[in-house]
Design a protein. Sequence first.
Lengths: 522, 248
Amino acid sequence: MATIRLNEDLIIKARDLAKKIALQVNGFVNKRSTVTIERTLLRLIGIDGVNIQEVPYPNILIDQLQERGLLDEGAVKWVIKAMITYGMAPQEVAESADADRINWEDCRGVSSKEVQEIGYQFAKESLKKITAQKLERERLIENLSEGEKPYLYLIVATGNIYEDINQAKAAARQGADIIAVIRTTGQSLLDYVPYGATTEGFGGTYATQENFKIMRKALDEVGVEVNRYIRLCNYSSGLCMPEIAALGAIERLDVMLNDALYGILFRDINMQRTLIDQSFSRKIISYAGIMINTGEDNYLTTSDAVEAAHTVLASQFINEQLALQAGLPTEQMGLGHAFEINPDLEDGFLLELAQAQMIRQIFPDAPLKYMPPTKYMTGNVFKGHIQDAMFNFAGMLTNQGIQLLGMMTEAMHTPYIHDRQLAIENARYVMNNIKHLSGEIEFKAGGKIEMRANEVLENAADMLEKVEEIGLFSAIEQGMFADVSRTLTGGKGLDGVFIKRSDYFNPFEELLNTELQLGREA
Amino acid sequence: MTIDLTRIKPYGDTLGDGAVQLSFSLPVPYGEEAKEAAKQLAIQMGLEDILVYHAKDLGENYTFFILYGKLVHSIDFTKIKVPKITAKSMDFYQINEKIQQEIKRKITIIGACTGTDAHTVGIDAIMNMKGYNGEYGLERYPMINAYNLGSQVKNEDLLAKAIEVKADAILVSQVVTQKGIHLSNLTELVEMVEGQGLRNNMLLICGGPRINHEIAIELGYDAGFGAGIYASNVASFIVEEMLKRNLN
């Protein structure tokens, strides 16, 4: 494979700085939990469903515990206390609480020994379920085989899960390796996970456990027919990041969008909330063998792709270190970037190659997730198809892990069934035609591509130095990422953040830390 | 060769040939019947000499077609009327100067991507300091107080802020248009502004890739801007219109 000569010392330095930044963040994160983390735990012990007003039971319980000032001991502790006091199963506790039939004061008498015994049992059982799904994935891939990298990643976004299935199955037959079900616009800002199968979404389909299950089943079926395991992707992001991670783990999703900064910058979610949520969600994702996709590509939609190239790299270093600290193996790190340089720029493709090749070499084991042109897609579908071909060329030449296929109708509408077919034809043609090209060429020493890559690396290292000095929180406040500035206490979801009491109980995290061989929590 | 503007047809290589290309999918299995079905649909669209050049099995009993034909219809170009924004576009310097000399105070413009829409590319291109493609955004204009509220802003929050800062104009960006969601969103804002009795005090302007001036007027807006528009186009309209309506 052709390589460019990069300043290796600078890579080591940048990685070390990112590690320090991530450690600072985790020092803050480890002392805290959030309402969605607590709801995740309740889902993991089997609490599900919605009440008559369609409020999910996990939300009902968390709200009650928060109102009574009990949440900082951990929701699991109190639900177990109620179970023992009333002789109920977890779901019964939830339903009784909804009917105001749980007197939490009456539950105080239960000893912590009893709570812990049941708590660890719950944690063990639910991790067992997640392990079973992980093994099932491995078994299916073994039996069916899988697509070659770069995996062809296609989106479906009809708003109706049953319509999504038609589109997804067709895409799988046409050659898709990963199907991502885009979420309905606005879901990231819901502080609850909607329930059941849904048929009404805008620009996408609600992420619900039932929808995950339905799509999983459809992809397993079509996978057997095409003799290829078809991966399913959804979004562990927004205000319910860890809850969706858990649902994804239980329903055997294979890929999840999960970024430490995306929600802060682009959805104005409070930075404390997102950084705490990403840590726990990544532990679940790590354990479940799910691959994450980070969202650095988005920086280039608000900033210029040439000027801001180093912010993408700097963020990838930070995402990598935060992921490592949540136990995520490098092989599951789909670090994101994008082909977003203005197509009118002379030698723009050289800069794209420099970026893609540089990242490939800096993160050699990560299945890099390469996003297609969107910002400069115009509605001229003919030109757009060529832009996508150039993108496919760059992706194959630089051995990316996941190629999110561009649609010629990008910037026009969510994909039609034939848009996907044309996109796959495009990718297959280009990738097959240049399959071994990277082994046949060399990047010119001291050439434009090499110089550009090292320039970006230098700028990223400089940026990380500044971020390390002031801390990630201040760096975000100063708008160092994506030209977007957010404050420590601004944005949505801060009221769902709390400091854990000294006797806080989260058996799942304890067990996950042991399983993932992570250091004891602060 | 004179072109008869009263009978305009698509053009390929011979005037009046009516050459048209189109592509679509049908929910039928691939095969000769599918191609024939595509052809007959094209006939109903008003095409003749139809050639189905490409048909592709999409799986799940769907088939994709690319076909060419000659359109029988023509249009009287002399009768075409399209409502357009008449304001002459000024540049950054002319706009600031005009505000200073004729409105004689800074004007206030507030913008947002409303509803659940999270696509800020458009509103950012118009409002943010940096602008787009080398054209400064409204925040850069010394004579304009510009407030970009970002994405997923509720109509009521947008209006509340507009009242608070005494906005002269509200810009609403709508990108997601699946199932007509933008229409109800845009209409709601007009109704709220009217409900507050403020419709005559401020300009309402919408924008987005699927928005045009005609739709905007129909929905009760003062102007609508589609793709390819810069901050200076929007600002020019606002300044001209404020002067016309004595909103200074």
